[in-house]
Design a protein around this ligand. Sequence first.
Ligand SMILES: C[S@@+](CC[C@H](N)C(=O)[O-])C[C@H]1O[C@@H](n2cnc3c(N)ncnc32)[C@H](O)[C@@H]1O
Length: 517
Amino acid sequence: MEEAEALSLKSFLKWAAELGISDTPLTSTPLSDSCLGHSLFVSTFPDAGGRGLAAARDIRKGDLILKVPNGALMTSQSLMINDEVLSIVVKKHPSLSSTQILAVALLNEVNKGKSSRWWPYLKQFPRSYDTLADFGKLEIQALQIDDAIWAAQKASLKAEAEWKEASVLMHDLKLKPQLLTLKAWLWASGSISSRTMHIPWDEAGCLCPVGDFFNYAAPGDETSNSEDQVAGKTFSLQEDSMLKSATELAAAHRLIDAGYEENVSSYCFYARRNYGKGEQVLLSYGTYTNLELLQHYGFLLTDNPNDKAFIPLEPDIYSLCSWENELLYIQPDGKPSFALLSTVRLWAVPQNKRRSFLHLVYSGNRLSAHNEVAAMRWMAKKCRTTLDILPTTAEEDGKLLVILDKFQDIHQLVEIEEMPPALASELCAFLESKDMLSEGIYVLSSVASRSIERWKLAIQWRLNYKNILCNCIVHCTEVINGIISSKDSEYEEIFIKPIFKSFSYFFFFGHPIFEIH
Ligand SMILES: C[S@@+](CC[C@H](N)C(=O)[O-])C[C@H]1O[C@@H](n2cnc3c(N)ncnc32)[C@H](O)[C@@H]1O
């Protein structure tokens, strides 16, 4: 950390302590130079979110690790209470959403500069974000998959429309010209999207000093961590009788790791699992797919247990079952979701027989060995064709990421001629658009560096998507092989003869990629 940055952080932590923010469960602590030190300290985690919070001691699952009193929360309400002009002007624009109001109030506070009471906190905000709304044209195209491209275009159009709607209000507040721009708006809405926390009284949420330093871990990981051994044992339902107090019991059963608590008028943060001293303490902001993480937070997890890959399906398929379209996806391990699997099983039944199979399909059972083979073949073929029409393969995406990492390190590119054509053209288009090549030397402005980061996120996203589809092909192949290698008698047994008169029907489903002997 640079010296200036370290000084700014130090004064922020002192400011936070003065507001009553504390990482110690004691109700009355002597005023200290920092709100942290007892349970947490600020550290950098280059591969897991950058700046974050680390355990200052061994932390036990359920421990209260940070308390941020109501008075330290930045909300539209708290900003308006201290700013009569803002409060009057906002009332004149009742059609604006709560998020737009918070974005304007945030920019209005930045406009005050050092005279803002929030200044030490505002200086801790990132200068820009990588959420989908911040993606430029090339970065959006780099997502390659229509659904993702559409989501990014929608996010960017929405941000622009909201900015235009709020512009009159910002002019009324006489904000400095640089704070009236779309760029400033993207900064404010990115701050809200990636840093606010839920509060019951304002849909826009609140900005929570220090609490917004927690980086993210997907929910559901808690039980498998070795750190659970730090404190000797994990909490579990069976151990209830051994827990000492009602507080401990509540902690063991707590479903969320952070929330506003009326009885103490504070935002409280609890450890979801045990942490060893020095380890990064993570928060679960919610259950998100990688596209959602990109959209709201500007990052993704290469190993996201909640990721979903959607494949393009024939319009008729969507009307076949009563499932919502969002339920028809492939899991990271390549297995189709329950809804997708049942839908494809039904799709593999001859049209005139489908009605009679509905109840069986909804029960989640296989209809027959042949139906399963047909369904799996169809799925595998769908994944294969979806992958084949994309401009680059997963392997090429992996290579491009390595090239870009190197490029960021040494500002040199491996010979473009040696690259696969699809990669070379993507790379050339990107370099040209960013005006990076000057007299044979690559010049990386901060804007270009940011852009490369977003481009890498897009490549990483599409690579993960392709990996899921490849996993699906493997899964389907294994299921088919499992069925065909089982004994003929078993095969016959599962087969529902009255419905399927001939095997040939199943071979007509798509290209016979798997041989059945
Ligand atoms: C609430 S802030 C967390 C603190 C943030 N690192 C900071 O320095 O202020 C959320 C942002 O942190 C980053 N982040 C959080 N968890 C991450 C993770 N697991 N991997 C990568 N980036 C993460 C993302 O940029 C996200 O938008």
